[in-house]
Design a protein around this ligand. Structure first.
Ligand SMILES: C[S@@+](CC[C@H](N)C(=O)[O-])C[C@H]1O[C@@H](n2cnc3c(N)ncnc32)[C@H](O)[C@@H]1O
Length: 214
């Protein structure tokens, strides 16, 4: 076999430099724009899977929050919409909205609101709950995983007016003392989440001067 030509030797010498240059070369600007414009991946934003609150627990959550005609109720991670729809239909709340990361659940919830003739007061949006302005709410309900609760506590305490109520199903906000804790039987939950009761935590947003330090 003939020995390496001058060109081969030159290539062998330059190859490591070419590899380093390729790795550090600026990315094509079209590709950068495409990446920046790509919509966020909903699955990456998800902070809890879907599990519906049983209907009688929904009623207890809204009772605990003392929902009435003056209230605007927001459910963060609204699933099939049952909390906000019940707030308006059963408790006479003046309105509300829900947000969910799953557009199919949002479509279902809006269809249910229309079927129940409350679509003029209740709407559902496909949106990350952390990108949602909740300042219009007087009552917020949540049924989310513990990993989301510290960040959510800070958001709620920053955005909600003093006296607004927050009810959380099963998971407490860290370093925020609940005003009341209620435990009720909920055998329907056993198959889905492995527990057969619901623990409900009620919080009231303090006056602004009391919010920091906690
Ligand atoms: C345990 S389910 C509760 C559903 C409903 N609130 C109820 O109590 O029946 C949690 C919901 O939060 C939604 N979710 C999870 N992460 C979210 C996020 N980052 N933004 C909005 N919704 C989210 C899920 O799609 C799911 O429907």
């Amino acid at each position: 076999m003939p020995g390496p030509t001058l060109l081969h030797r030159l290539l062998a010498l330059l190859t490591p430099a070419i590899v380093v240059l390729a790795a550090t070369a600026p990315v094509d600007s079209d590709a950068q724009h495409a990446a920046a414009a790509a919509p966020p991946d909903p699955e990456a934003q998800r902070v809890a899977p879907y599990a519906a609150t049983p209907e009688h627990v929904v009623t207890e959550m809204l009772k605990l929050a003392r929902v009435g005609p003056a209230d605007f109720v927001v459910d963060l991670g609204s699933g099939d919409g049952r909390l906000v729809i019940a707030a308006v239909k059963e408790f006479g709340a003046r309105g509300g909205f829900g947000v969910d990361i799953d557009p199919k659940l949002v479509a279902f919830a809006n269809a249910k609101a229309a079927e129940d003739r409350v679509a003029d007061r209740v709407q559902f949006f496909a949106r990350d709950l952390f990108a949602t302005d909740v300042s219009a709410a007087t009552v917020v309900t949540v049924y989310l995983f513990p990993g989301a609760m510290a960040r959510l506590r800070d958001k709620l305490r920053a955005e909600l007016a003093p006296g607004s109520r927050v009810v959380s199903h099963d998971f407490a906000f860290p370093d925020w003392s609940p005003e009341r804790i209620t435990i009720i039987p909920a055998p329907e939950k056993r198959d889905a989440v492995g527990r057969s009761e619901a623990v409900l935590f009620l919080y009231t947003v303090p006056e602004r001067r009391e919010r920091a330090p906690r």
